[in-house]
Design a protein around this ligand. Structure first.
Ligand code: GTP
Length: 382
């Protein structure tokens, strides 16, 4: 397989029944007409992939059933992505999450995966059910909170079902969405008929993932989400008992460990730069913040780099970059290292990857100068 190719990923978010599968089918048609090979990951809370039945049977598809990507089966996501790429070598992957999923957790899962597999999260597209959003905004509650999170996390927004809403209500829905996410381009649609340039894979269209706004002070989709029916919105409210951020953090850590254990044997004794506070603790704090314009930058290295130069780069990172992680081969040691950086602390763990694993660094922050950082990273390889 061509290990040098980076596969773009589109993530579809949006509440139950908002129109994600409808959009998916438009996009599949668009790619098929352009001779682009698309693969799909579908996540359903039930045991049967009903939405999958609606999709062309020629399309390579991974089904993640009986759980919500963002919690119970998040650890499997990286495996599914890896398998799809190895088996089908798609040009692009679309992930349709269940309407119950918290997109931030999935975004985290995908960036985690990019450490082991050459992928790039291109866009997070949230399909908003216009009438449902308005109705729920008047009632409040946990489901409305989830809808708000899905809107905040989007790089692009589609306000769907415009045919089911009066013009003045449509304006109200748009205002509501704009307050939650002032930056993401917003399109109003009926049956998700939208401009397909959003899915343009050309170089010019490639952008480093940029998430306009999110607030993640409460994790809504619980770790035990086992829904019988995915189309009963009120059921969802009932089943998703809120759990605190500590369990959320622990859960993240578990998922991470599961994912990394598949590919690596960690030598946890070898922490060369642990400065007191544990990284998972920092990660925990990260979830309390309100973020403006969260961005990620993923860089794949073509060669080994000097450990001193890399540490100098990390020391010079702007404060807007609050999280980084990756895998590196250093030219001045014999080992490969996993690095974790959070809130100005850098930690290395010696690893022995099984199979092919890229050297990669992922940076997450707010409004940082991505071009400048990219330049610094490229300089490391000279
Ligand atoms: N009236 C109307 N119905 C729509 C529109 N878009 C989609 N639908 C219908 O809404 C229902 C749900 O659409 P899907 O595309 O399956 O929604 P989804 O987000 O994939 O749903 P889940 O997988 O349950 O989360 C289907 O019956 C669609 O035909 C629209 O713009 N207007």
């Amino acid at each position: 397989m061509d290990n040098k190719r980076t596969i773009p990923i589109y993530l579809f978010s949006g509440f139950l029944g908002s129109g994600k599968t409808t959009l998916l089918n438009h996009v599949i048609d668009y790619y098929k007409a352009a001779d682009v090979k698309v693969a799909v990951i579908m996540n359903e809370l039930g045991d049967v992939n009903l939405d999958g039945q609606l999709v062309d049977s020629d399309i390579p598809m991974a089904e993640m059933l009986s759980g919500c990507i963002c919690c119970t089966i998040r650890g499997d996501l990286s495996m599914e992505i890896k398998d799809l790429i190895e088996e089908h070598r798609p040009d692009v992957i679309i992930i349709e999450s269940t309407g119950a999923a918290n997109p931030l957790e999935i975004i985290d899962g995908i960036t985690e995966t990019s450490m082991y597999t050459r992928i790039d999260l291109r866009k997070v597209i949230t399909v908003v059910d216009g009438p449902e959003l308005l109705a729920r905004s008047r009632r409040g509650g946990r489901t409305y909170k989830l809808m708000q999170d899905q809107i905040r996390c989007a790089t692009d927004l589609i306000v769907n079902k415009a045919d089911k809403i009066a013009p003045e209500e449509l304006v109200e829905a748009q205002q509501l969405i704009r307050e939650l996410n002032p930056h993401a381009p917003l399109t109003v649609t009926i049956r998700c008929v939208t401009d397909m340039r959003l899915f343009d894979l050309s170089e010019q269209a490639a952008s480093i993932g940029s998430w306009p706004h999110h607030e993640h002070d409460q994790h809504i989709c619980g770790a035990n989400c086992t829904h019988d029916s995915h189309d009963d919105a009120s059921n969802h409210d009932h089943n998703h008992a809120s759990h605190d951020n500590v369990s959320n953090r622990d859960h993240n850590q578990d998922s991470h460990d599961n994912a990394s254990n598949r590919d690596h044997q960690h030598d946890s004794q070898d922490h060369t730069h642990a400065n007191g506070q544990h990284n998972s603790e920092s990660h925990h704090h990260h979830h309390h913040h309100t973020h403006e314009h969260v961005m990620t930058l993923t860089h794949y290295f073509d060669r080994a780099v000097s450990s001193h130069a890399f540490e100098a780069l990390i020391a010079a990172l702007p404060k807007e970059v609050y999280r980084a992680k990756g895998i590196l081969t250093f030219s001045d040691t014999n080992s490969r290292f996993l690095f974790q950086y959070a809130y100005r602390e850098l930690e290395f763990t010696r690893i022995t990857p099984q199979g092919h694993v890229n050297d990669v660094a992922v940076f997450i922050g707010e409004h940082f100068a991505k071009e400048e950082l990219l330049r610094m990273l490229r300089q490391l390889e000279q």
